[in-house]
Design a protein around this ligand. Structure first.
Ligand SMILES: [Zn+2]
Length: 303
């Protein structure tokens, strides 16, 4: 009995964060940070490498941020080819704990039913590209917070086993709020189901599927590559013919491109928040959807 207890203590000691304080979690996005905070509560101290209104595929990390990676107990990432910059940063950091499969790294894409997995990966092309393994913007379907938070919980508990009960209670509370918010969002969006939209970057397939929008075209023909002049010339006319009501832009979209397409197509441009914090009111994961549903219904109502 005493030996079993000693072994247990040893296991707990090995799993606990070295500092004895909250677990230090570094995430690649503010959305992941928000989910980690919702589940981890005061058991974690989380920070995001990317700022909220930046293009998430193209982040320039500062040397201080790369150094911070090495102090992380846990790194949480979107995965797929969403963060090509992280691969470079991890190579620079050279921390042997931060490798795929390690208990110190969580890729939240593992249990997500991905969309667009048939997209051919453009290995032969010299052009930059993302979305080669399926669409990585899956956090924009609030239902995906369910598998994501399940993975986050298990990853934190693996490093801090004593925290399981607290984290499970946190998650149940979070999912309860998510469910009631989602019912409200779906009700609000119900009259707009089937609305045809064009998006600048292909950030919205999960969001569109959940809330009944139909994405008929993307301004970027190849994700992450600015549109060719021929696309800019022909798209507005095609949008008119297809009865497209809305052009959805990201906070980091090229404003003059957005203005040009909107004015020539007659569609209304709306910028949605792609990540927590991209709008001051989008202060946490649920508020991100509150803000976006409000902006969408305002834009659709003003047609
Ligand atoms: Zn993307």
């Amino acid at each position: 009995m005493r030996r079993a207890l000693a072994a247990l203590v040893l296991v707990l000691w090995a799993a606990a964060p070295a500092s004895g304080g909250p677990l230090v979690v570094v995430t690649t996005s503010t959305d992941l940070r928000a989910l980690v905070e919702a589940i981890g509560g005061d058991q974690v101290r989380a920070e995001s490498l990317a700022a909220p209104a930046q293009d998430p595929h193209a982040i320039d990390l500062k040397p201080g941020q790369i150094a911070r990676l090495k102090t992380a107990d846990l790194l949480v990432r979107i995965g797929l080819d969403h963060e090509p910059w992280l691969t470079r940063a991890l190579r620079t950091a050279g921390d042997p704990r931060l490798v795929p499969g390690s208990p110190h790294v969580l890729d939240t894409s593992r249990n997500i039913a991905l969309l667009q997995t048939e997209t051919p990966r453009l290995r032969e092309s010299a052009a930059p590209h993302v979305h080669g393994y399926g669409n990585p913007h899956y956090w924009l379907d609030p239902e995906n917070a369910r598998p994501m938070t399940a993975e986050i919980l298990e990853s934190i508990v693996r490093l801090a086993p004593g925290a399981r009960a607290t984290l499970e209670a946190n998650r149940q509370r979070f999912l309860g709020r998510l469910d009631s918010s989602l019912n409200g969002w779906l009700r609000t969006m119900a009259p707009h189901r089937g609305t045809r939209v064009v998006v600048v970057h292909d950030s919205w397939p999960y969001f569109a599927r959940r809330f009944g929008l139909v994405v008929v075209a993307t301004v970027e023909a190849t994700p992450g590559v600015p549109p060719a002049p021929s696309v800019l010339a022909s798209l507005p006319q095609r949008m008119r013919e297809a009865g497209v009501a809305l052009l959805i832009a990201e906070p980091y979209s090229n404003e003059s491109v957005v203005r040009q397409i909107a004015s020539r197509s007659g569609a209304r441009a709306v910028t949605l928040a792609t990540s927590v914090g991209a709008d001051p009111e989008a202060a946490d994961y649920l508020a991100l959807f509150d803000v976006n549903i409000r902006r969408l219904t305002a834009a659709l109502g003003a047609r």
